[in-house]
Structures are given as C-alpha cells and as structure tokens.
Design a protein around this ligand. Structure first.
Ligand SMILES: [Zn+2]
Length: 374
C-alpha cells in the first residue's frame, strides 16, 4: 500500500531478509562479527537505521540463562554476542527490544496507511535445534519467550487508543521438529536411528559386490547431508547407463534398510516423478544443483544417529505442524478445526485490508477467521 512501511527484525540475517522480502523498507539483524544490530545499504531506510544508533540494554560482558524456579534446574553463562549466547532467552528479549525501539522511533502504525512489522524470534529456533523440543531448556525458553512477547505486546497496545482496531497480529512458526535421537530412545517412541555415514560405505560396498564398481576411479557415494546422498563429482560425466544402474541398485538397497520409508533418485526428480505421498513437498524442496543424487525418506521418528541436533527434514506432521493465530478487530475468537496453512496468512491479511494478495501468493483466505459481520 503506498505510504506503508515494511520492516523486519530477526537475530538471524536470513530470517530478517526473507521475512521482509524484496520490497522491505528495512530489515535489521544481529551481526555476529560486529556484535551489533545492522542492516544492508539495499534497504531505503538503511541510512535512517544507522542514524538512530540503537543500543541494546545488554551490550557486553557475560549473560546468564537461569531456569525458572520449580522447573528442572540449570544455569548457563556465555559472553554477550557469542554464538552460544544467541540461543539464550536474553536474545529473545533483545529482539523485542529492537522491535520496540523501531516502533517508537518510526511511530509504526500511527500513519494513515498500515505498516507491517515482521519479527522472527531466532533464539527459539537455535535453542530448539541445539537442545531438542523435549528438553528442559525449551520448556524454560517457552516460558521466558512468552513473557518477552507479552511485555512487547502490552507496550505496543498502550500506543493505541483502540488497540483491537489499530493493531492486528498474526503469529506462526516456520517449522516443527523431530525429537533428538536420545529422546527417541529415552521416550520409547516407535522409531529409531539411521547411521548415514555407515550407509555411505555400505552403499559403495553394495555397488562393488554387484559389479558396478567404482565411478571415475573413486567410490560412487562421496558424502551425505540430512539423508541426501551425493555421488562424487566426476560421476556427472560417467556414462548415463552406468549412472542409471547405480541409482537403481542403490535405491533398492536403501529401501531394504531399517527405518527407510522411501527413496527419491535424481532420475525420478528430473522426470518429475515423485512418490505420490510426498509429491508436493518433494517437488518444492528438490533443487537440482543442491539436492542429493539419492534422497532417503525415513519412516516416522527415525532420525539421524550422527547429529547432536534436532532436525526437520521430513514432511511428517511433527515436522510441519505449527500454530497460526490471528488477533485484531476483523478476527473472530474461535478455533478452526480444519486444515489451515501458513501460506493462508498473506491471503487472509490481504483480504482483511481489502487488497489483492501478493502476486505469487498461493494461500487461501480463511473465511472462519473473520467476524461474521465483516
Ligand atoms: Zn530451524
């Protein structure tokens, strides 16, 4: 909308940049080298941000993370701005401090046209990956995060005489997560662990046994990442027949391994021939230059044994169930029982504002979200 400002804030640069999109007026993130909240000259309001000289309340020294009374006891300490400190609730608080600073300095929401402020709380994600969703750390993070968000929203609503009318909120998350491998075992979840490193050599042994041998003098499978298995680079020039044979052999071999639900090969992907059950998810996440030559889809709750981190690599419910919450005058107090997607947020907010959704928007307006008299 002309005159509207789009501002995004996140600890992680990529979260601030992607959330704001190409048309953002300003995206602000925490530079881990400079230990400062920065932006890029790309944004029209970059000069203005630098002139504002934001100073967080926590600038240097050490920062602590002490668990809430009555929960599992722990204390952590790290240098302010260090990689470890980014996982602390103090950085959630600081993210909202930046949002509050921008709200006040730019008088967000006080002009004729609506402004859009996007906040991504990256410490939740960083700690979630590091400690796992079932950890005492994440329970504690959730309590502290709720408090920081609550404080910010109360400050924000005090700026408006009629907050419900002038302030609309949409809250969501970018992904769910699988439990850590230790939690899968400890909680007797029906699942298991897959040793990707061991599978790499087993795959090469399997090809050797089946007379496919080496590829350009080296083992076919060179590395793996998040259950994507990559052929050594010289295999690209190997005869297509040999390559196709190797892919088929390995696909059959992987399917026979414990915890493997399905396998997608580059050949299948190039022909747009994805397994029916994951068709749309696989299509959206497959990138020719980046995806593996073979992609292993684990059975539910089968996770990698070589990672100490929690991950989200499947399209199972636990990896992609997130909340979608709307608050504000146009929205009804209700719980929608049907399927809603994060893609619907842009379409629904656009509808509430009387606007055409963004050009590439694929979401649907959620009719049940609205007051009936709208
Ligand atoms: Zn994540």
């Amino acid at each position: 909308m002309p005159g509207s400002r789009v501002i995004s804030v996140s600890l992680k640069d990529r979260s601030a940049v992607i959330l704001g999109g190409r048309g953002a007026d300003l995206a602000v993130w925490f530079d881990t080298e400079k230990k400062k909240w920065v932006t890029s000259g790309y944004y029209p309001m970059a000069k203005l941000w630098r002139g504002l000289q934001f100073e967080p309340s926590l600038k240097s020294g050490r920062v602590q993370w002490i668990s809430e009374a009555g929960t599992e006891n722990f204390t952590k300490e790290a240098a302010v701005g260090s990689t470890e400190s980014l996982t602390f609730p103090a950085m959630v608080h600081q993210t909202f401090e930046v949002a509050q600073f921008l709200t006040e300095k730019l008088k967000l929401g006080e002009q004729t046209h609506p402004d859009l402020l996007l906040i991504s709380v990256s410490s939740h994600d960083l700690a979630g990956h590091q400690y796992g969703p079932l950890s005492p750390e994440m329970k504690d993070m959730t309590i502290k995060e709720d408090r920081s968000l609550g404080e910010y929203l109360s400050q924000l609503s005090r700026r408006f005489s009629d907050p419900k009318k002038d302030l609309w909120i949409a809250l969501t998350a970018d992904h769910g997560v699988a439990p850590m491998n230790v939690d899968v075992i400890k909680n007797h979840i029906q699942g298991g662990t897959i040793a990707a490193k061991t599978l790499e050599s087993k795959m090469n042994d399997h090809l050797a046994k089946n007379k496919i041998g080496l590829c350009a003098g080296k083992p076919w499978v060179e590395k793996s990442n998040s259950f994507h298995f990559y052929f050594n680079k010289n295999c690209k020039s190997k005869s297509p027949v040999q390559r196709s044979k190797a892919l088929q052999e390995l696909s059959t071999f992987l399917r026979s391994q414990p915890g493997v639900e399905d396998v997608i090969t580059t050949e299948q992907a190039e022909k747009n021939n994805f397994p029916y059950a994951y068709e749309s998810e696989a299509k959206f996440s497959y990138v020719l230059e980046l995806s593996g030559d073979l992609i292993l889809i684990p059975q539910p709750y089968w996770v990698s044994d070589d990672s100490q981190n929690a991950k989200h690599i499947t399209s199972f419910t636990y990896d992609r169930t997130v909340p979608v919450i709307f608050w504000g005058e146009p929205f009804r107090r209700t719980t929608i029982k049907g399927k809603v997607s994060v893609l619907d947020i842009a379409a629904t907010l656009s509808f509430a504002l009387g606007l055409v959704p963004p050009a590439h928007s694929q979401g649907q307006v959620i009719p049940e979200a609205f007051e009936t008299n709208l």
